[in-house]
Structures are given as structure tokens and as C-alpha cells.
Design a protein around this ligand. Structure first.
Ligand code: ZN
Length: 362
């Protein structure tokens, strides 16, 4: 969740419980149809770690469609004790109360010592007693709270990685959640897949394919997890057109100096390489899925003014929607976005997240 480290998400409003909707992710078919049973991991309840009562009613929703991985962006402590884990859980709840939330925003927390804890009250309840289709409505990712389960991993994983105990606990919890809720490894995402945020850190995000693979192994699936369902154009030197223009606007948004002229020349290639190197990606100068989702295609919404918004507007224009390419995401851009979303069976929330970007660039 790392509100402290989000680059721009603080500008987009409160990450409140009331924020529902979603980006219209096309849900992959569960790939755990014939699997070995995954044992339920030990999860310390709110009572065990000393949670304060929620300040409002924690409602249940469901079924979940995905699991979102977060990092707490707190210190990479070497205190791996249960006491430290429980203290972390209490601190997170206090931080979230301070944000005006009724309880911890995330459903589960994993400490660097590998202790798995209930976050929001009723999360353990949601896992049990024949109630396999409900989970508590969380507050960990705007637009995804009614459809996803959030896991906070203690630490800052921009370059470091979780401890092995923490990784093992994350794999075990994700596998159990998949089994309980009929999800597959491809339903595991990072927070940044849906919001313009550093979370869960470049290093942990880069290891999500490994997490999906480890969860698949734990589930006993023999086939590799299906790839995400979003499709992206591949752009490289010599490419031209509105997709290149959009990519150039997005590169400018990331701080690279390129001209948004729709022609992918050496300057654009160098900017792509720079972007890729900064993100730990293969620096080949080719804009493919990994680069789009790094994300080069950052989430845009009403109220923002940026080069990324120019990219949205240039793509909308190319798709036949009359908007001014001025970088200001106002009512006109919002209504054009909603019209595009409606026409393409996306959630018409006027937020240009990964799925809408993918559609705009198709
Ligand atoms: Zn996060």
C-alpha cells in the first residue's frame, strides 16, 4: 500500500472503502481444477495480535477475482520475532485509522519473520466455515477493493527481496487463497498493476512471475499459469503511428526527453532503454508487455494534468473520440473515456488503468 511512497496516487483522492468499481480485468479461468489440497496456513487473528476494534462495520463482499500483493514500504527489519510481527500489525492498523479508515485496509499481513496475520477484521472468517465466496471489503487499492484481497508484505522491496520465510508464507497464503476462492496463479497481481504506485517495489514486482509459478507448484497444477489477458502492441525502432505517439507522451511523463511525433527513431529507442534500465527490465529498446505494464502506461484519471494524459488523449483521438490533446484530464476527456470503455465492455469508470490503456492501444 505504501502511501508514503506512492508517486502520484496521493493526488487522486482518498483510497476509501467506498471506492469500488474496478478496471474490468478479464478474469482468467481458475487453473486449479484438479489439484492437491493446500493446507491452511497458520494465521494470527486480530485478537491474537491485539487489534483495536474496527471503528465501523466491516462489510463482506465477494467473491474475490484477484489477489493484490503490496509491500508496507517500512524498514527491512531483522527482528523476525512474533512480537515484532504483532507490533507491525498494530502499527498498520494505527496508520490506517489515521487515514480515516475504519480498520486495517488489507486483509492479510506477512512479516519479515514469516508470520501471517489477519489484517482487516473478519478476514479469517471469510476464509472459513463454508463461506468460500465472501471476504471483507478492504481498503487497499482504489477501484479494486470490492474484487480483490490485499496482502501487505512487511518491508521495502524496491531493490531488496522478501526474506525466505516471508516468501514461503506468501506462497502458502496465496495458494490457500487460490484454493479457497477458486482463483489461479494468474489472478495474482501487484498493486501497481492497478494504480500508479511504486508498490510492491520493483524487485518484488519483478518476482511476481516467480510467485505465480511457486503458487502453481503448491496447487499441484502441471500447466504453467496462463498469461494475463491484456494484450499490448509491440513498438520498436521504425514503428510509427498513434501508438508510438502515446508511448512518447508516456516516456515524457516518466521524465525522458522525446518528441511526441509518432515516429519511433533512435531518440525514442534511447528513452525506452533508459526507462527499462531504471525499472530493471530487459533494456532492449522495444516496448512490449513488460514495459507497458512496468508501468510505462500509468493510470490516468480526471483532475490530472500530465504528459501521460496527453497520451490518453492522443489515443482517444486516434480511436475516433473528439478530445483536445492538452494534457488536462477534464470532463470532456472523462466522458470520452467512458464512451470508449462502454463501447469496449470495460468498466465505465473514466479511469484509464491497464485494461483501458490496453484497449486504447489495440
Ligand atoms: Zn500497495
Amino acid at each position: 500500500m505504501d502511501p508514503a511512497l506512492t508517486r502520484r496516487s496521493l493526488l487522486v483522492g482518498a483510497l476509501g472503502v467506498g471506492a469500488v468499481g474496478g478496471l474490468g480485468v478479464a478474469k482468467a479461468a481458475p487453473s486449479n481444477a484438479a489439484v492437491t489440497a493446500v493446507a491452511r496456513p497458520s494465521i494470527a487473528s486480530c485478537a491474537a495480535w491485539g487489534a483495536r476494534p474496527a471503528t465501523g462495520t466491516v462489510g463482506m463482499t465477494g467473491p474475490p477475482q484477484k489477489i493484490l500483493v503490496h509491500h508496507t514500504a517500512s524498514a527491512n527489519t531483522t527482528d523476525y520475532s512474533q512480537a515484532a510481527a504483532y507490533s507491525l500489525a498494530r502499527n498498520i492498523q494505527s496508520w490506517h485509522f489515521a487515514r480515516g479508515w475504519i480498520d486495517s485496509g488489507q486483509q492479510f499481513t506477512i512479516s519479515r519473520g514469516g508470520f501471517t496475520m489477519e489484517g482487516r477484521h473478519r478476514s479469517v472468517e471469510g476464509l472459513g466455515s463454508g463461506s468460500s465466496t465472501v471476504f471483507p471489503l478492504g481498503a487497499h487499492c482504489t477501484g479494486q477493493n470490492s474484487t480483490s484481497i490485499g496482502i501487505e508484505n512487511e518491508g521495502t522491496y524496491t531493490s531488496a527481496l522478501p526474506t525466505s520465510a516471508q516468501w514461503d508464507a506468501l506462497v502458502a497464503l496465496c495458494a490457500y487463497l487460490c484454493q479457497t476462492y477458486g482463483l489461479g496463479p494468474a489472478d495474482i497481481y501487484g498493486h501497481r498493476d492497478f494504480l500508479d504506485t511504486e508498490c510492491p517495489g520493483d524487485a518484488l514486482y519483478a518476482n511476481l512471475p516467480q510467485l505465480r509459478a511457486d503458487v502453481a507448484t503448491r496447487l499441484g497444477t502441471t500447466n504453467p499459469p496462463p498469461p494475463p489477458t491484456r494484450t499490448w502492441p509491440t513498438l520498436k525502432q521504425g514503428s510509427s503511428g498513434f501508438r508510438v505517439t502515446a508511448a512518447q507522451h508516456l516516456l515524457r511523463h516518466s521524465g525522458r526527453s522525446v518528441t511526441a511525433d509518432g515516429a519511433f527513431g533512435p531518440g525514442t529507442a534511447a528513452a525506452v532503454v533508459s526507462f527499462q534500465q531504471a525499472g530493471g527490465l530487459t533494456a532492449d529498446g522495444v516496448v512490449g508487455r513488460a514495459t507497458w505494464e512496468a508501468p510505462l502506461a500509468v493510470t490516468c484519471r480526471q483532475g490530472q494534468t500530465s504528459d501521460a494524459v496527453r497520451g490518453v488523449q492522443s489515443a482517444l483521438t486516434a480511436q475516433g473520440y473528439a478530445v483536445t490533446v492538452d494534457g488536462v484530464f477534464g470532463a470532456g476527456t472523462a466522458s470520452a473515456t467512458q464512451a470508449f470503455q462502454t463501447a469496449h465492455a470495460l468498466d465505465a469508470d473514466a479511469v484509464v488503468g491497464p485494461n483501458t490503456w490496453s484497449g486504447l492501444l489495440a
